[in-house]
Design a protein around this ligand. Structure first.
Ligand SMILES: Cc1cc2nc3c(=O)[nH]c(=O)nc-3n(C[C@H](O)[C@H](O)[C@H](O)COP(=O)(O)OP(=O)(O)OC[C@H]3O[C@@H](n4cnc5c(N)ncnc54)[C@H](O)[C@@H]3O)c2cc1C
Length: 387
């Protein structure tokens, strides 16, 4: 099992209390009505949970990496839409600015997105596949700035983001991984259109929308990192984001196990609880074993992944693939334990089953993770025979 420090145990307890008090009460209504939890993001900021991973000098809580993902985990256990909103702000927006931003960018953006109501977004995916080679939004240099043209799809927080990171193409060479550039874009700029809110099957409160840019002018000092070297920013960001997505998936799986136990623990036929039936017991043992493995993977990865190199990339991909696939399977088993009741929305497992489905897709699909893991492993094996 992972050994949490005393501080991490305290964070876990605090987040649990917070989630029960502020997040649980309206979670079903938000899911049914696909309502963005705007007022809770303000309360998150008051408690220092927005930008928990950002140092205090920029308004964050300066939590260690394990405590920071414990936060996403604890919130997601109750409402993974809110966990998702928080993780995009903390890891998809604030963390890259902290790592690659100029001092001026850090001072301008971080305090606002850690202590204020603002939430950040991350706009990367385009129609035709989420792949660096498929970034076609153009960013043309003009008059000391850049002109953005193109569209991003499935952008979380889109309607409520005051600023977002946008990945554009500044050069087109044979190597399509070169020529990407990150921009910090304020959403009140001329030429930006936020499309309709997508009607999603799960995580229904995340306000996922298409965002289009038409001759949108961004100043030169809003370039994040080096021009044409956005791939490095992307990989560094993704390494950490995949761990926080895994922490979210773990939270959903833990909630599913909790729901399964509540259901299996009431008197059933002959007054005996459902968990005494061997097949149910089997499911419980598989769920518990997998959750224990997931915890080890998530928290040890959070502790050790600091930069992008082949080793950390492999660890991040492994964690994302294993944890999210296990989480999906755990929700399936927990629903099965509920029998027909699992199919009814009065039971929380019905929502968890829908919510978990997103986790094997965003941040990188499981199939692409498998393909990258195999490529990296084969390369390493051919180089030094190391398995
Ligand atoms: C809830 C949710 C929130 C999201 N939020 C954001 C956001 O805030 N910002 C953002 O930019 N994006 C966001 N996305 C988009 C998300 O990152 C992409 O959906 C994801 O990366 C998959 O890309 P795609 O949808 O283009 O699918 P594709 O890449 O087109 O994949 C389609 C299918 O082909 C398979 N496939 C494609 N290429 C390969 C390959 N090389 N090897 C093996 N299999 C392959 C995939 O596994 C999949 O089964 C979000 C998505 C969801 C579901």
């Amino acid at each position: 099992m992972y050994n949490f420090s005393e501080d991490q145990i305290a964070v876990r307890k605090m987040v649990k209390e917070f989630a029960e008090k502020y997040v649980r009460p309206q979670v079903k209504i938000r899911d049914k009505q696909a309502q963005y939890p705007g007022e809770i993001t303000g309360i998150l900021a008051e408690h220092g949970y927005k930008g928990a991973n950002i140092p205090e000098q920029y308004g964050g809580a300066g939590l260690d990496p394990v405590s920071s993902v414990l936060l996403v985990n604890g919130i997601s256990r109750v409402d993974s839409s809110l966990g998702h909103i928080l993780e995009v702000n903390n890891y998809g927006f604030c963390e890259p600015i902290l790592t690659f931003g100029t001092e001026e960018q850090k001072e301008k953006y971080l305090p606002e997105f850690t202590t204020g109501k603002s939430v950040g977004g991350f706009a990367y995916t385009e129609a035709g596949g989420s792949d660096p080679s498929n970034v076609n939004l153009t960013a043309r240099e003009k008059d000391g700035g850049y002109v953005l043209n193109g569209s991003k799809i499935m952008v979380t927080n889109a309607r409520y983001s005051d600023s977002m990171l946008v990945v554009g193409r500044t050069a087109k060479t044979e190597n399509l991984f070169y020529g990407l550039t990150f921009f910090i874009v304020d959403m009140d700029k001329a030429g930006i259109t936020v499309g309709k809110t997508e009607d999603t099957m799960g995580q229904r409160s995340i306000e996922m929308c298409e965002v289009s840019f038409e001759n949108c002018i961004v100043e030169k000092d809003r370039v994040l990192g080096n021009v044409n070297e956005g791939f490095k920013v992307l990989m560094t960001l993704m390494n950490k984001m995949r761990i926080s997505v895994s922490a979210m998936a773990l939270g959903i799986a833990e909630a599913a196990l909790e729901e399964a136990m509540k259901f299996a623990n009431v008197p059933y036929r002959d007054g005996k609880p459902l968990y005494e039936i061997p097949s149910v017991k089997n499911y419980i043992s598989e769920m518990v074993s997998h959750i224990n493995i997931m915890k080890l993977l998530v928290y040890s990865a959070a502790e050790s992944i600091k930069e992008d190199n082949p080793e950390t990339r492999m660890k991040s991909l492994n964690t994302k693939l294993t944890v999210c696939e296990y989480a999906k399977d755990i929700c399936d088993k927990a629903l099965q334990i509920h029998g027909g009741c699992g199919f009814i929305s009065d039971y929380d497992i019905e929502r968890l089953y829908r919510d978990v489905r997103a986790t094997t897709i965003f941040g990188l699909t499981s199939e692409r993770a498998k393909s990258s893991i195999a490529d990296m492993f084969i390369k390493r094996y051919l180089e030094n025979g190391d398995i």
